[in-house]
Design a protein around this ligand. Structure first.
Ligand code: 0X9
Ligand code: ZN
Length: 340
């Protein structure tokens, strides 16, 4: 299986080889987990396990798949929309930065000493297989590859995994052949069950009204990488009503967006449509974790679009995202307070 395509982007197999190599090379820093199945895997038709890495200077109790760890958690989640090529590469470089900088760069060393840095580099592995199946001109598959609702004469069947989450799921977002098809029911897809199950295990429930003493001391930050809106979207995505912590969410969003030049929007701001069933609304709405969609830009120019030249990763995307992710990881300690 080819590890790369389209000038250097990593296939699902390439990411799997990388994850295994990083875990083997850094047993003191990395734990690698299988958090569930892709749709094809669940059907016994090949497919993939969905992989999550936890990167930290491992001490007793760190990086367990439950919420009792002492270090605040920062999660990077990427390529839930398969055709958004820049996103998985940023996750890949983030992993490499973390494991190669421990004991070398004081800022990253401090991060690994004090945070659990979780990464799900490919949230939609079957979809990425479709995209990479034409290595010179990647296919524009957005969704997973669930075709059980019937054939689509034109276009690509599948469920939009960013409409399938079981918080404010809305079945009226389109039919099986539409790009925003939310699935037959909430969390119908194994990829959704995997990410929700994983996040519910590692994050305690700190949302308002559950335990307000916990809400006041919320730790953890979640970032999902999309492209190419050139902005940051904060909860809620399903409604224009203000989220309970909207001012604090936007304040942290603005700090992170300062590194990338992204403005911060809530509701349908910036995009012009609501997004019921998104990953970020689900995590914020069920666990209270400050959760952001980074829409990697630019919207115009050479590096715009779903399929930018691979050289754009080094020239444009990574230099902007790297400091934003470092900042977000630091902020996971006290996301709503004492912003440095
Ligand atoms: O529509 C989406 O899923 C995202 N845009 S994309 O072009 N990458 O497909 C936007 C998601 C916005 N989410 C929230 N506002 N929570
Ligand atoms: Zn997207």
């Amino acid at each position: 299986l080819e590890a790369t395509y389209y000038g250097g982007y990593h296939t699902t197999a390439g990411h799997e080889q990388h994850n295994a190599a990083v875990a083997a090379a850094h047993p003191d820093l990395v734990k690698l987990y299988d958090i569930g199945d892709s749709w094809k895997k669940a059907k016994g038709q090949g497919g993939h396990d969905i992989q999550a890495l936890c990167i930290t200077k491992l001490a007793a109790g760190d990086c367990a798949l439950h919420s009792t760890g002492k270090k605040p958690k920062f999660v990077v989640h990427a390529q839930i929309h398969a055709r958004e090529l820049a996103t998985g590469e940023i996750a890949y470089r983030w992993i490499d930065l973390l494991v190669s900088s421990y004991g070398v760069d004081p800022e990253i060393t401090a991060l690994l000493d004090t945070r659990e840095l979780w990464v799900v580099p490919i949230a939609n592995p079957d979809g990425v297989d479709v995209v990479a199946s034409n290595p010179t001109r990647p296919l524009l598959q957005r969704k997973n590859v669930d075709d059980s609702a019937g054939g689509c004469r034109a276009g690509y069947p599948g469920v939009d995994l960013n409409r399938n989450s079981s918080f404010q799921w809305d079945g009226d977002q389109g039919g099986p052949c539409d790009e925003m098809y939310p699935g037959a029911k909430a969390a119908s897809e194994p990829e959704t069950a995997a990410i929700q199950g994983f996040l519910a295990r590692i994050f305690p429930d700190t949302k308002r009204g559950v335990d307000d003493s916990a809400a006041a001391s919320t730790t953890g930050v979640f970032v999902t990488l999309h492209s190419y809106g050139d902005d940051i979207l904060a909860p809620w995505g399903y409604t224009g009503a203000a989220a309970p912590d909207r001012d604090a969410l936007v304040a942290l969003g603005n700090k992170m967006g300062g590194f990338t030049g992204y403005p911060v929007f809530t509701g349908d701001g910036g995009i012009g449509y609501f997004t019921p069933g998104s990953t970020t609304d689900w995590l914020y709405g069920t666990r209270g974790v400050p959760s952001y969609t980074f829409e990697i830009g630019p919207k115009v120019g050479w590096c715009a679009g779903f399929l930018p030249a691979y050289s754009c990763v080094s020239s444009t995307f990574w230099p902007l995202l790297k400091p934003a992710l470092v900042y977000a990881a630091q902020a996971a300690g006290t996301p709503y307070g004492q912003l440095p």
